[in-house]
Design a protein around this ligand. Structure first.
Ligand SMILES: Cc1cc2nc3c(=O)[nH]c(=O)nc-3n(C[C@H](O)[C@H](O)[C@H](O)COP(=O)(O)OP(=O)(O)OC[C@H]3O[C@@H](n4cnc5c(N)ncnc54)[C@H](O)[C@@H]3O)c2cc1C
Length: 445
């Protein structure tokens, strides 16, 4: 059974690892257009600073990343975030500490008394109509009030999806939140019920010594495959019950084809096989993001926690600023500070495409305004992602259902990736493992 995996981001890597574990005798060929695996896991080392171009870690409230790390023998690389990382800030008109307890919440200036009372009324708000395309904004206003939506949901969606409450569908982007209302009639009731069952929120943000790139390198070594790095699949086609993949002027045949690229890359590959499948894949929209990292040798951290997220009304030209050297001390040399700003998203998509110098200048202006840092950085890093994070908006669930139904019509074809059922590292690990199990079982039939 020869398997091709196209795309070696975390989804493709997790699929490859678990499949190899279940079927060590099946030869794997892994195509990756970039010169190295990892995709949105991309650590850059510059003069003693470690900049994350994409993800900087995963949360341990779900088991999927940890299980992959342990199974791959990379436990020694795990690096938990410092306790200080639990302190988070929101920038509205000024910098505010994010309240962590109900008491701190009631005292916080982030909401007016009206906004707080409206939030406390949540348990008495009737269940919604169950519209699968209800936006997070409509859901938030309905259940939690306008103020809470404009501050907390707005900042949170910038932080997770580089999106806005208006652009996301709650059932697709936050399925757990939608389930709390559906199953318990409300969020506060639902959270209390979950807590009674022992399911806590949170988890600890965890990364790897040396950055996420060290885990990617570990997985790369752990997966025995015919690695085709720097080799983009340029076409795929059916050859009877098999699949032919073309890349770098070569053509190879496989019994199973796993497409683990972003949806916008899967679309042109699969459109010639099934035009409707290609069209559905092309419908998945992405938020553009630029990551701007600034390293300061002689600067003490300007903030005592994880970082800040801004709200749309703040008019700050960044979605957030992370103080990575507070969270994972090995990100900067001793005594130095590494700040990383996230720019653009669906809130300000045009900013993500600005030239590097402009991105650095607008980030410095934002950092001066929000954190009072005027010093010039010693080291600068910019990574632009024209299509960074898939946006699970209204229609997403129907699009994914159409993609899955069309793919199921193609024997031997499977799709996996952050475009479909979750964007977090945990989601990619879960989906990759589930696909590997299906592929391994499939052959027994
Ligand atoms: C800026 C940013 C910050 C993030 N922060 C976090 C975080 O802190 N925590 C978290 O859990 N998640 C975070 N995420 C999300 C998470 O990193 C991603 O969802 C996840 O890494 C995506 O993995 P993937 O394999 O599905 O896709 P990708 O990483 O996009 O991998 C797809 C791969 O396919 C390759 N490819 C494309 N076309 C072809 C082709 N034709 N042939 C061969 N190969 C091809 C690409 O080069 C790429 O390597 C972040 C994402 C970004 C962009």
């Amino acid at each position: 059974m020869r398997i091709a995996i196209v795309g070696a981001g975390l989804s493709g890597l997790a699929t490859a690892f678990w499949l190899q574990r279940a079927r060590p005798d099946w030869p794997l060929t892994i195509y990756e257009s970039a010169p190295a695996p990892g995709g949105a896991l991309a650590t850059a080392e510059i003069e003693g600073f470690r900049f994350e171009g994409g993800a900087n870690g995963f949360l341990t409230n779900k088991p999927d990343s940890l299980e992959l790390v342990r199974a791959a023998g990379a436990e020694a690389l795990l690096l938990e975030s410092s306790a200080a990382a639990r302190r988070r800030y929101v920038y509205t008109d000024a910098l505010h500490r994010l309240p962590e307890s109900p008491g701190a919440f009631l005292g916080s200036p982030l909401l007016s008394w009206r906004g707080k009372l409206r939030l406390l009324a949540e348990p008495w708000i009737a269940r919604g109509p169950g519209d699968p395309d209800e936006t997070l904004e409509d859901f938030g206003r309905r259940r939690l009030g306008r103020e809470f939506t404009a501050v907390f949901l707005d900042a949170m969606t910038a932080g997770i999806y580089a999106s806005t409450p208006r652009d996301l569908a709650v059932a697709a982007a936050f399925p757990l939140v939608a389930a709390l209302e559906r199953e318990h009639g409300g969020l506060i009731r639902g959270m209390l019920a979950r807590r009674r069952r022992g399911a806590g929120p949170g988890g600890v943000l965890t990364s790897f010594t040396g950055g996420v790139g060290t885990f990617v390198a570990h997985l790369h070594r752990a997966i025995a495959a015919d690695w085709r790095l720097g080799s983009a699949a340029s076409a795929v086609e059916r050859a009877g019950r098999r699949w032919r993949v073309q890349a770098a002027g070569r053509s190879d045949e496989f019994d199973r084809l796993v497409v683990a690229t972003p949806a916008y890359a899967a679309a042109p590959l699969l459109a010639p096989v099934d035009a409707a499948l290609g069209a559905s894949l092309a419908r998945i929209r992405y938020a553009p993001v630029a990551v701007v990292g600034l390293g300061y040798r002689g600067l003490a951290a300007p903030l005592d926690g994880f970082g800040l997220l801004s709200t749309s009304t703040a008019d700050l030209p960044v979605l957030g600023v992370l103080c990575d050297s507070n969270v994972f001390p090995d990100r900067a040399p001793p005594g130095a500070t590494l700040l990383r700003a996230i720019v653009g998203g669906l809130r300000r998509p045009e900013l993500a495409a600005r030239p590097e110098e402009e991105l650095v200048a607008l980030t410095r202006a934002a950092i001066e305004r929000a954190l009072g840092v005027r010093a010039a950085p010693d080291v600068v890093y910019v990574r632009r992602w024209p299509r960074a994070i898939p946006n699970y908006g209204p229609g997403h669930l129907a699009t994914v259902a159409a993609i899955e139904a069309a793919a199921a019509q193609q024997p031997g074809l499977a799709l996996v990736g952050n475009a479909y059922r979750g964007v977090a590292m945990n989601d990619c690990c879960r989906e990759g493992r589930a696909l590997a199990a299906r592929l391994a079982d499939d052959a027994q039939r």
